[in-house]
Every structure is written in structure tokens, then in C-alpha cells.
Design a protein. Structure first.
Length: 182
């Protein structure tokens, strides 16, 4: 009954269930019923996450689930940034935070041109060294895979992130394939 993991998983399921109701098309193609179900399910996810704050055990995935809620509910940029900063303070090496936030800066989520690239470079520089390069690599992977827009990345930094990951963890065929795709 006091599991943070169960609550986070439930919240993420509600968010995904909301997106299922909404569908993957452009906003103007979503039915009123689709929007209604989407809003209700995402609101339920937020409620579950808010209630989970009462549990003494904390989990880094709680923040990624809340970032998914923030994106779905269209939180203002300042509030999304505050959530990111709290997440990074909790667990700075959990690169999923950076990936989700970077996604929220894409043009389809009202990000301004160049904002994403500036954020990514500043974040990697702030982390510094191989940690910054590794985050750069992970975010680049998610953007190249899933972004429907051109993203201007710094290729030598992507390569350094890949090399740093190999040095840190050994050869990973997943990362080799990611690098080949990029």
C-alpha cells in the first residue's frame, strides 16, 4: 500500500491511456470525446502523482511521469522548467528528465526556434565533462528518433557522448546501432 513504484506506474499508464484516447493526429483532428477522455485521464495521472508525494520513499521516475503530465496538460514554460530543476536536484544523472524536457521545447509544443539546441548545449556544459556529453548523446538519440522537425545538433559532442558511454559501460550494441542510425 505504500509503494511509490505502483503509483508512478499507474500514473504513467493513465497518461498513456489518455494519449490512446486522443490519438496521434493533429489537435484539430481529435474528437470532443477524445479530448474529454484525454483530459480526464491525464488529470487522474496528476492526482495519483500528487497523492504519491505523501509517501516517504521517493523515486526518480516520479518526475518523468509528472513531466509527461506537464507536457500533456500544456503547463507554462516556467513551471515545466521548475519541475525539471527539482528533478535534476533529486537525481542529476537520470537522463530521462533531460530527454522529456527537450521534447517539450520542440516546435509542436510551442518551443521557439533554436531554444532546444540552446537548452541542450547549456545543460551539457553545466553538467560538464563526460556526464554532459553522455546526456547530449541520449537527448540527441531521442530527438533524431522521434522529432518531426530538423534539430541542429553538434556532431562532435554526440560522438564524445557515445565514446564516454562506451568507456563508462563497455560496448553496447544498442548504442552502436543508435550511433549508426544517427
Amino acid at each position: 500500500p505504500d509503494s511509490i513504484t505502483a503509483r508512478v506506474a499507474l500514473a504513467e499508464a493513465y497518461v498513456n491511456y489518455g494519449w490512446e484516447a486522443r490519438g496521434g493526429g493533429y489537435a484539430d483532428t481529435v474528437s470532443k470525446t477524445g479530448w474529454s477522455l484525454f483530459d480526464k485521464r491525464v488529470a487522474r495521472a496528476k492526482q495519483v502523482l500528487d497523492e504519491a508525494l505523501k509517501i516517504s520513499t521517493k523515486c526518480p521516475e516520479w518526475y518523468t511521469a509528472m513531466q509527461q503530465v506537464a507536457l500533456a496538460q500544456g503547463w507554462n514554460p516556467g513551471t515545466k522548467r521548475e519541475l525539471l530543476e527539482r528533478a535534476v536536484k533529486f537525481e542529476p544523472d537520470y537522463y530521462y528528465y533531460y530527454r522529456i524536457y527537450a521534447n517539450s521545447l520542440l516546435p509542436q509544443w510551442d518551443g521557439a526556434e533554436g531554444q532546444l539546441e540552446q537548452y541542450l548545449e547549456e545543460t551539457a556544459d553545466k553538467l560538464g565533462g563526460s556526464a554532459g556529453d553522455i546526456v547530449y548523446f541520449h537527448v540527441a538519440d531521442s530527438l533524431i528518433c522521434c522529432a518531426n522537425t530538423e534539430v541542429k545538433l553538434i556532431w562532435p559532442r554526440v560522438q564524445r557522448g557515445f565514446d564516454a558511454l562506451e568507456k563508462q559501460n563497455g560496448v553496447s550494441m544498442l548504442n552502436v546501432n543508435i550511433m549508426a542510425r544517427m
